[in-house]
Design a protein around this ligand. Structure first.
Ligand code: PEP
Length: 263
């Protein structure tokens, strides 16, 4: 269902009216985690200033350590809905449990499946059933074939509004958090009609790499990027070191418009 054989034209997925697909690349940006109403609103305004048309933010956070901040849950979803009201930015947020799909879908414009759940088939089927656009991240050790088969699980339930997100894979390299598999973008676009975006924040895991990796993503034809921004990353409860700050927003906007080749 997601192959180009079944559908030769590349698809456009609309999220609250915002297109993702062939055409101008889409910027999705916002905090890694929703922490407070103020922090989320400030991050959303930063994102919008750089040209973001969709707001990201995690209310349910899948953390490696059970002692790390796990997200605000429904209270975080309410904050996202309020910030959407204030900024006009539709909301992309992660769902980690099949039992929470209806709840998250009642607040979100797009449901994100994170790398750790890339082969959680019950969750994939549940988001397929709920009828909201889905962003499907690549498993950190997942092959392209496994990633596309995960998308088939969603599509099989009648939901073809799927955006694939390359977010880096696990390799022997330790200088970056994950290794951005940039070749995956054109390969997947050849194999599948679904839009493909890149997450330069979670792949590099380092603020200084976010803009270079964004340039790389756009250069190979990614349909968009999803980027962490934070008004005060020193206090961030999640992934502060990879969050862009106020001073980066102008450059991010220029990169997205294709006006900035290299710093
Ligand atoms: C995220 O985008 O918040 C996230 C946790 O990403 P990933 O699943 O790619 O690690």
């Amino acid at each position: 269902l997601v192959s180009r054989q079944s559908h030769p034209e590349r698809s456009v997925v609309r999220v609250g009216g915002v297109p993702i697909g062939p055409g101008a690349p889409t910027l999705i940006a916002g905090p890694c985690a929703v922490e407070t109403p103020q922090q989320t609103l400030r991050a959303a305004l930063m994102a919008r200033a750089a040209g973001a048309t969709l707001l990201r933010g995690g209310a349910f956070k899948p953390r490696t350590s059970p002692y790390a901040f796990q997200g605000l849950g429904e209270a975080g979803l309410k904050i996202l809905a309020d910030v959407r009201e204030e900024t006009g930015l539709p909301v992309v947020t992660e769902v980690v449990d099949a039992h929470d799909v209806a709840l998250v879908a009642s607040y979100a414009d797009m449901l994100q499946i994170g790398t750790r759940n890339a082969q959680n088939f019950a969750l994939l089927q549940a988001v397929g059933d709920v009828g909201k656009p889905v962003m499907l991240k690549r498993g950190m050790s997942g092959t392209i074939e496994e990633w596309l088969m995960a998308a088939e699980y969603v599509a099989q339930r009648g939901n073809l509004d799927i955006v694939l997100c390359e977010r880096g894979i696990r390799t022997f390299e330790t200088a970056t958090r994950n290794t951005l598999d940039i070749a995956a973008v054109p390969i997947v676009q050849e194999l599948s009609h679904l839009p493909v975006i890149v997450d330069p924040s979670h792949s590099g895991g380092r603020r200084d790499l976010v803009l270079p990796l964004t340039r790389a993503a756009l250069a190979v034809g990614a349909d968009g990027v999803i980027i962490d921004v934070h008004p005060d990353p020193g206090t961030a409860l999640c992934d502060g070191p990879q969050a862009l700050v106020h001073e980066d927003m102008e450059e991010l906007g220029a990169v997205m418009r294709g006006e900035s080749v290299r710093q």
